[in-house]
Ligand binder design. Structure first.
Ligand code: PLP
Length: 375
């Protein structure tokens, strides 16, 4: 066997790029605003390159990434007319490199504004930035006081050259939460302030769920991430988005019990004589615990099956006593733990995990398989 031996990996996470494109087009059709694509954290674990290129192909021209590292990578695979914003602030960032690569920083604090102005005065370039303000999440963003001060200083404001004002909603997935209106009103007030000096500034407030709060939250640019990837932006209602991800775990071994037996580490569960179990690829090293909950369920040949006993590092055991298939058939089959029947949104409901966490903790051992989208 040569060094080039590359075994087929058995963990396959299927990502439907066409569904991602359809989701973007659905959001686009629902609003007069432009629609960006948030592809930070490797497009929520699904592959920033594949997802970014698929979104570009259907017309997306604005992208948000969390760090400079991510943005530099994105610059390599996205065409030059794609605007790439970096959300994470300017700490430890070589601003000249950022500018040279045509990446746009979101200035998030008084510190960022200072760094940016220093850069602009030393480099003497006509670079643009985005400004992020805090309206009630108290994470990133200029405070109201700093922002108001800035808006009274025309020369500083013009030196920053901000073309986009954004803020981020803390409770958009709870449509009736008071915080949504509070944040909207603060954002409107700040937008009015900055527009007095810079009437051309564009505005963006809504993440995925924010889009569904209503048109008042839309402004010029929508910033969906989760909804593009099939996570329900309206958790109390039917999911308006197409599901994107399928995870099927192959059966590695089938066994029938000739006596009552304990199952798995710690002998925490047992099954009676005649029961049948399937040992399936995927364990806590693959993030299964966090992503699927401690007791994953799935679909096997059209029927529900449940994990029995503790999850191991690389495998878990399903009770398949009620499945009437031969061992040979089962050795060709997989347990679908995320898919049409077992969606991420179902997991959110039953295990109280966030769809975001489900996606981003799907381990690197899964091979991503892409169903192509439109080119
Ligand atoms: C992550 C992020 C988004 C996308 O949020 P979703 O809820 O995934 O749609 C939008 N804007 C900012 C600033 C973000 O950090």
């Amino acid at each position: 066997m040569g060094n080039d031996f590359l075994p087929e990996r058995v963990y396959v996470l299927t990502v439907d790029l066409n569904a991602i494109q359809q989701n973007w087009l659905t959001l686009s059709a629902s609003s007069l605003a432009s629609v960006a694509g948030v592809i930070k954290a490797d497009a929520y674990g699904l592959g920033a390159r594949q997802v970014g290129c698929a979104l570009y192909a259907v017309g997306c021209r604005t992208f948000f990434l969390a760090s400079v590292e991510e943005a530099v990578t994105a610059r390599d695979f996205l065409p030059a007319d794609a605007a790439i914003y970096v959300l994470g602030g300017l700490r430890n960032v070589d601003i000249f490199e950022l500018f040279a690569r045509n990446l746009i920083p979101m200035l998030c604090s008084a510190y960022d504004v200072e760094q940016w102005l220093k850069f602009k005065s030393s480099a003497q370039v006509n670079a643009v930035a985005g400004l992020k303000i805090n309206t009630g999440m108290t994470r990133f963003g200029l405070d109201e006081r700093d922002f108001s001060l800035l808006c009274t200083d025309e020369s500083r404001l013009k030196a920053i050259n901000p073309e986009l004002l954004i803020s981020h909603l803390a409770c958009a997935d709870e449509a009736n939460h008071l915080q949504n209106n509070i944040q909207l009103n603060r954002f409107l007030k700040s937008l009015e302030q900055i527009k007095r000096m810079l009437p051309a500034v564009r505005a963006s407030l809504a993440n995925s769920s924010g889009i569904f709060l209503g048109k008042e939250w839309h402004f010029d640019l929508l910033r969906p991430g989760a909804a593009l990837y099939g996570i329900n932006p309206t958790p109390l209602d039917k999911n308006p988005m197409l599901s994107v991800v399928r995870l099927a775990l192959p059966i590695l071994q089938v066994r029938s019990l000739s006596a009552s037996e304990f199952i798995g580490y710690g002998a925490t569960a047992n099954l009676p004589t005649g029961a049948r179990v399937a040992v399936v690829a995927g364990g806590y090293a693959d993030g299964v615990h966090r992503t699927l909950g401690a007791q994953p369920e799935g679909m096997l040949l059209g029927q529900r099956v449940k994990v029995i006993g503790r999850i191991s590092m690389d495998s878990m055991i399903f009770d398949i006593s009620h499945i009437a298939a031969s061992d040979e058939e089962l050795m060709q089959a997989s347990v679908e733990v995320i898919g049409d029947d077992y969606s991420i949104n179902h997991l959110m409901k039953t295990h109280k995990t966030l769809g975001y966490e489900v996606l981003t903790s799907l381990g690197s051992r899964y091979k991503r398989h892409y169903l192509p989208g439109a080119l």
